[in-house]
Design a protein around this ligand. Structure first.
Ligand SMILES: Nc1ccn([C@@H]2O[C@H](COP(=O)(O)OP(=O)(O)OP(=O)(O)O)[C@@H](O)[C@H]2O)c(=O)n1
Ligand SMILES: C[C@](O)(CO)[C@H](O)COP(=O)(O)O
Length: 237
């Protein structure tokens, strides 16, 4: 049986949220954002979860989230780094004897079981696959003066999400090469495999609900979605 590890990233500072509390620890209907994300993986078929937190946040996560909510699949809590890719590498380095990893933003609490399961199935066949959804709006390339330069054809454009899933040796080796190269411009994990992995990366069906909580209006939307999913129960009231 193949072993799957989810690496859940929770070491960001949430600068675009502009809150003194890092956004993954802000409360949504009384529980931290990261609780919902971890709960989704706890309830999924993954075998274990590596949680990557910010410096000084490990104990809070252990006591107030993992133990409090009985998240038994969280087997390791490790310290992340300055940039997202540093945190991912810390998570990868903490994995033991795993076949596949699903790297997921802690700030995407609405990840659905169907997407996790689909990602797990597809990575066995493709080795590198990422959840994504087609863009709905027309996209413009714009210069620094606001002048439109180009309108790329929409049918080939996708908004990329997480989970991003890979064979473990493929993603670990690719990350090692990238770090040795001193590259700093990567904003997702697929970019690392695209540059160093020598295998194609495939998009698979993500979900428009699986948005990343980035700015205050995303938090409002998240509260709205939780309430809408529990009509009459006053979950968020
Ligand atoms: N050094 C970092 C930066 C980000 N992340 C995590 O990566 C995910 C996606 O990153 P993003 O939304 O950009 O989070 P932040 O970096 O916290 O936000 P911002 O860019 O607004 O500062 C988040 O779950 C975040 O906690 C991380 O683990 N380590
Ligand atoms: C990985 C990611 O969530 C895919 O959309 C995104 O690239 C993270 O970027 P951010 O700059 O850390 O928000």
């Amino acid at each position: 049986m193949a072993k799957y590890t989810a690496i859940v990233l929770s070491a960001g500072k949430g600068s675009r949220m502009g809150s003194s509390v890092h956004k993954q620890y802000l409360l949504l209907c009384g529980r931290p954002v990261i609780y919902y994300t971890l709960k989704a993986f706890e309830e999924s078929p993954v075998d274990e979860i590596v949680l990557v937190t910010g410096e000084g946040e490990e104990e809070y996560c252990r006591k107030e989230i993992v133990e409090k909510y009985k998240l038994h699949k969280v087997t390791k809590i490790v310290k992340g780094g300055k940039e997202r890719y540093h945190s991912v590498f810390q998570g990868l380095s903490a994995c033991e004897h795993t076949d596949y990893v699903l790297i997921h933003d802690g700030a995407r609490p609405f990840i659905e079981q169907e997407v996790i399961r689909h990602t797990m199935d597809e990575v066995q066949k493709k080795h590198a696959c990422i959840a994504a959804v087609p863009v709905k709006d027309t996209i413009k390339k714009v210069d620094e003066n606001g002048k439109v330069e180009d309108t790329p054809p929409r049918k080939s454009l996708y908004m990329v999400q997480t989970p991003q899933a890979f064979s473990y040796s493929l993603i670990y080796d690719s990350y090692q090469k990238m770090i040795a190269d001193g590259r700093e411009d990567v904003t997702d994990d697929a970019m690392v495999v695209e540059a160093y992995g020598k295998v194609p990366v495939y998009v698979i069906d993500g979900s428009y609900r699986n948005f990343k909580i980035t700015t205050p209006e995303d938090l409002e939307m998240a509260e709205f979605m939780l309430n809408a999913g529990n009509p009459g129960k006053g979950v968020c009231s």
